[in-house]
Design a protein around this ligand. Structure first.
Ligand code: HPA
Ligand code: ZN
Length: 338
């Protein structure tokens, strides 16, 4: 068969996005628009100036500006507009399903009610299903730079709205904040019927991945790139088919890898790990889901078979039902044969 354009193939692949912070989809233009509506003064003059500030030395330097920018979000409509803008864009890239992180503590600390956040996000997700055919699930993340007690308070505040979210997660500054600190709040979340995921092994050591699995009992690991430093762990992740939600463009922007050519996703895929491609905070890192696939393909020379496997992994690693997963797998197989 003649080699076809891999960009076209990637575009045609149905994709699930499993590692996406909704606050990280706030494009500078929308930031200014919402800021104007809410009379929040920004320290930047215009969108270009904001983008110029996006030169990061590591995770913390990004988080500082990310939390600052989220300060424009105040009322339900803001959260709706934010999520709707992402979902429309994702849909144009043939993202059919998105499992979306949100950070309630970033907002409740500023006096915005949990209910305002969840109802705005939920309304956009409901509209995405009916108007775009994109399905979603929400994942409530605890900020790990804050205390386990504050995480527990957040969970208690959130449980009355449990029908609107599927899982809990753990994000923010990873260094010196081991997952084990959050064992109790995860146990309570799981007892309530929620699923669990956690960021681990982005800037933190491979041992944090083990802790997330053994102490928090997560069903997938967000990032996980540093598993490669521990051969036994790599074997375990392959044997147990633990999904890793990787974010190649994020990893380069935050200097986890020097360049995309140095990324370990291709090698881990070859070793049988269930790795996936995601965008993390696309408004800050220079690309949405499709861009992550395209850039990674170019840098690592991924072939059609590897790309199809990555897309299949994205559904297999999701919280969709078995028949839904099987439907997407068939659709991807059909594309690969055509
Ligand atoms: N890591 C940790 N916390 C985050 C990230 C990330 O990549 N993005 C948004 N919050
Ligand atoms: Zn993340």
């Amino acid at each position: 068969m003649a080699a076809r354009d891999l960009g076209t193939f990637i575009r045609a692949l149905p994709k699930a996005e499993l590692h996406l912070h909704i606050e990280g989809t706030l494009e500078p233009e929308l930031m200014f628009e919402i800021g104007r509506r809410n009379k929040v003064k920004l320290r930047f003059k215009n969108a270009d100036e904001v983008r110029k500030a996006y030169a990061f030395s590591g995770l913390q330097s990004f988080l500082d500006i990310y939390y600052e920018s989220a300060g424009v979000l105040k009322v339900e409509r803001d959260f709706y507009d934010l999520a709707w803008a992402y979902l429309e864009r994702a849909s144009q890239q043939n993202v059919r399903h998105a499992e979306i992180f949100f950070d309630p503590q970033t907002h409740t600390a500023r006096g915005v009610d949990f209910q305002t956040v969840i109802e705005g996000l939920h309304a956009a997700c409901r509209d995405a299903r009916s108007k775009l055919g994109v399905t979603t699930k929400l994942i409530l993340c605890f900020l790990r730079h804050l205390s386990p007690e504050e995480a527990m308070k957040t969970l208690e505040e959130a449980l009355p709205f449990q029908e609107h979210f599927e899982a809990v997660g753990l994000d923010s500054s990873e260094k010196n904040r081991p997952p084990g600190l959050f064992t109790k709040v995860y146990a309570k979340a799981r007892a309530a019927g929620l699923k669990a995921v956690a960021h681990a092994g982005e800037e933190g050591p491979a041992d944090y991945i083990r802790q997330a699995l053994d102490l928090l009992k997560v069903s997938r690991i967000d990032h996980g790139v540093r598993c490669a430093e521990d051969a036994e762990l790599v074997k375990r992740l392959a044997a147990e088919q633990i999904p890793l939600t990787m974010c190649p463009l994020s990893n380069v922007k935050l200097r986890v890898f020097k360049s995309l050519k140095d990324h370990n996703i291709k090698s881990l895929l070859a070793q049988g790990l269930r790795v996936t491609v995601n965008s993390d905070d696309p408004a800050y890192f220079g690309g949405y889901a499709l861009d992550n696939y395209v850039e990674t393909q170019k840098a690592l020379k991924l072939g059609e078979e590897e790309l199809a496997q990555l897309a299949k992994n994205s559904f297999e690693a999701s919280f969709l039902s078995a028949p839904e997963k099987a439907g997407f797998a068939r659709e991807i197989d059909g594309l690969s044969r055509s």
